[in-house]
Design a protein around this ligand. Sequence first.
Ligand code: SF4
Ligand code: SF4
Length: 433
Amino acid sequence: MLKFRGGVHPPEGKEATEHKPIETLPLPSRVLVPLSQHLGAPSQPVVKKGDKVFTGSVIGEPGGKVSVPTHAPISGTVVEITELPHPLTGRLVTTIIIESDGNDTLDPSIQEQNLTELTPQQIIEVVKNAGIVGLGGAAFPTFFKLSPPPDKPVDTLIINGCECEPFLTADHRLMLEKTEEIIEGTGYLALALKVSNVIIAVEDNKPDAIQALKEAVAGRDFRVIQLKTKYPQGAEKQLIKACLNREVPSGGLPADVGCIVQNVGTAFAVRNAVRFHRPLYERVVTVTGNGVREPKNLWVRIGTPVKNLIDFCGGYNGEPQKIINGGPMMGIALSSDELPVLKGTSGILVFNRVPELPEQDCIRCARCIQVCPMGLSPTRLNYHIRAKRYATAKSEHLLDCIECGCCAYVCPAKIRLVHTFKFGKAEIARLKV
Ligand code: SF4
Ligand code: SF4
């Protein structure tokens, strides 16, 4: 079995939800849909206050070359278009608020399609029009990844079922409950990329999902491979190294080594788009942590306030100290439970006991260097950034940091390494270093 360098083994914390089938969250009475939910340009509103919309109707058109449309997650009335803080960045973004009519009437364009003559370009177009982005967390527009430049020939598609973040089980449940659909979506992705080498990669802590996928690929030329459970196994560069023994160069992309990675949830969304013209307006979210009474996996409409999810899970278990969008290693703390679920929200974690340990001085133990999967020296990067030596940090490959949090996880001095690296990257961009 191939592997990547570095990495850590945090407690998995998945036992609370890994065996729980996905439940459907009741329709929210209103949704808040930010038009910036993906990397790239935000979409631009094409509705106005008072407009009636169906579930799946376009409410925002792509705002640039790397951008996707946004769709109404429920049917009802647009009651407001306003600027609200983005749940993850805090920056003001245009947000469309829709009040439900309670009917969940589907847009008439959503219906089963005649699939006899699908070309790669047609699939890419459908995926773009459906507003699909990477559902593993990065939220990069999927159609763009399916169109690598001609000078970067792609020979392999990797479907990422690792879900290496602790606590999250949304992908695990999807692989068990929508196995055939994921395989069908994988077929469309392979067709769009014109590749025949297809790998579905899953960590070995999900043997039931591996078994289900192996049965579902029977008769197809797809390989299901089992990878060692180690964080961040699901990060693109580490996954490619573990599956193919190829190294994405510094500053490069998977296409530089002939590979494209897509998440299992993305494959499922692609299947729905190609088969039914169903846009991306809902996803699976794991709601868990010691601060929630009944952890669950839920089908959730995009734009649903986080509080609805918590209420459906029995409410808070005590006083919540931290609510996180995503996993504990790479997730972002939310400032309020009124903020909405986004296309990239794989989990909502609630913790009511979070030890806030003060930072100490670096003791030069080098543990951070040993675990960094990108081969960086986090202690040196931290030193340079705090001394405002951004050019030096850049020359020591700060921009290759994938913000996985392995260094901060092992640091005995509890130095806020990832925070520092995010700040350093932002300063490099701001100062054009
Ligand atoms: S957060 Fe960055 S520096 Fe720290 S271990 Fe991950 S890649 Fe390395
Ligand atoms: S793990 Fe923490 S204390 Fe040890 S060298 Fe790295 S930054 Fe310093």
